[in-house]
Design a binder for this molecule. Structure first.
Ligand SMILES: Cc1ncc(COP(=O)(O)O)c(C=O)c1O
Length: 398
């Protein structure tokens, strides 16, 4: 039923169209949050503008600087991670850029894990070459090396809780102790707060590609950073200055996806565990990487840290190298698409050497176990029996 509105006969068509018919007198509150698809917010006057900017009054001014849908998603993730504050960016990389731009200046030093998501590594290299930020790469399995690498100019340390693509888990508490007063930023994209909460182990900041599990349906690009209030504030300020903001609709979508995070992570962890075990026994497969397998280098750490499940990501290597991968992708295509993302509701495969880690020098890729026969599998919500039948069927001719 629409509300009866008085019609102002004096208005022209363009005026009516421009103003729209939205009524402020809804009378009741919607059961799900509305989408605040607006560039700006109407203000009562300059006094209100000043009060909002000074933080003395709740409210919004301009969507690049803040929007209720951004805040709703950021607040949910912050609460899930046990953080003081959060912010949302246009993509995972946008979130990391905001942190780097907000916290660093030329001459500063950053410590980073020697194997990170390829674009993270590439961004750090750019920062080093073009903006004079020194970067030291360190093995995340050796906290003592991190301790030795800290200098008086070290401002930030970066690691992935579960690494992309080999799913090795690192000891976040030990790294926090090793770097001392240097804030540790943990990329928790693969684990999600359903499986692991880095802040409980002392991390200062947690970063996610919100395009992945938090949303979980393969249909948004977002990034989230949560953590200590003063650090997130610095990143937020860079985010609005450099225009790295997210849009309200995608935040709304991700808030909706987040409602089922726990259920999805439980399901993908169970299925991935089963599929990883079966892959290990297949003749076409030379090696499987999954935190839940006893053969995984960091398995004992994973058992201690990922107490709700080992996650939905796994990688495996084919004896037949790149040619085998090409054939496998062709055979799987109908059922399990080759898609350069992860954490969709459906299972997807990817090729780290050609997608996520494409921009790393080949020697660095090979040194870290990302060979031409490596396939990354992102387990979805399908029935595991169907999945294994499809995977086994595609592996058998190889
Ligand atoms: C572990 C990890 N971190 C960060 C990112 C970057 O996120 P986005 O693609 O949303 O920019 C990705 C993207 O695949 C990722 O896998």
């Amino acid at each position: 039923m629409t509300e009866e509105k008085s019609v102002d006969m004096g208005l022209h068509g363009e005026t009516i169209a421009a103003r729209g018919g939205w009524s402020r007198a809804l009378g009741t509150v919607p059961s799900t949050p509305p989408i605040y698809q607006t560039t700006a917010f109407d203000l009562e006057g300059i006094e209100q503008l000043d009060a909002i900017i000074a933080g003395q009054q709740r409210g919004y001014t301009y969507t690049r600087d803040g929007n209720p849908n951004q805040d709703a998603f950021a607040a949910d993730v912050a609460q899930l991670e046990g953080a003081e504050r959060g912010m949302v960016a246009a993509s995972g990389m946008g979130g990391l850029s905001a942190v780097l731009l907000g916290m660093l200046r030329s001459g500063d030093h950053v410590l980073a894990a020697d194997m990170l998501y390829g674009r993270t590594g590439q961004l750090l290299t750019e920062m080093q070459q073009r903006f004079g930020i020194a970067v030291t790469l360190v093995d995340p399995q050796r906290p003592e090396d991190w301790k030795r690498a800290v200098t008086p100019k070290t401002r930030l340390a970066i690691v992935e809780s579960v690494s992309n693509p080999l799913t090795e888990v690192c000891d976040v508490a030990a790294l926090v102790a090793a770097v001392g007063s240097v804030p540790l930023l943990v990329d928790n994209t693969f684990a999600t707060p359903s499986l692991y909460r880095p802040i409980a182990d002392g991390a200062a900041l947690v970063w996610h590609s919100g395009s992945k599990y938090l949303n979980g349906h393969g249909d948004v690009m977002l990034g989230v950073v949560v953590g200590r209030r003063e650090l997130v504030k610095k990143a937020s300020s860079a985010l609005s200055m450099f225009g790295l903001n997210s849009n309200p609709f995608e935040c709304w979508m991700a808030s909706r996806g987040l409602r089922t995070l726990g259920l999805r992570m439980k399901r993908v962890s169970e299925t991935a565990f089963e599929i990883a075990g079966k892959l290990q026994g297949h003749a076409a497969v030379s090696r499987v990487f999954y935190p839940g397998l006893e053969t995984q280098m960091s398995h004992s750490l994973a058992k201690r840290m990922l107490t709700n499940g080992f996650g939905g990501m796994l990688s495996f290597e084919l004896h037949t190298g790149e040619e085998g991968v090409k054939r496998l992708f062709r055979l799987l295509a109908e059922a399990i698409p080759f898609s350069p993302t992860l954490a969709d509701a459906r299972t997807t495969v990817s090729y780290p050497a050609g997608t996520s880690h494409r921009f790393l020098p080949e020697a660095q890729r090979l040194a870290h176990g990302i060979g031409p026969g490596l396939v990354r599998l992102s387990i979805g919500l399908e029935d595991s029996r169907d999945l294994w039948r499809e995977i086994e069927g595609a592996l058998s001719p190889l």
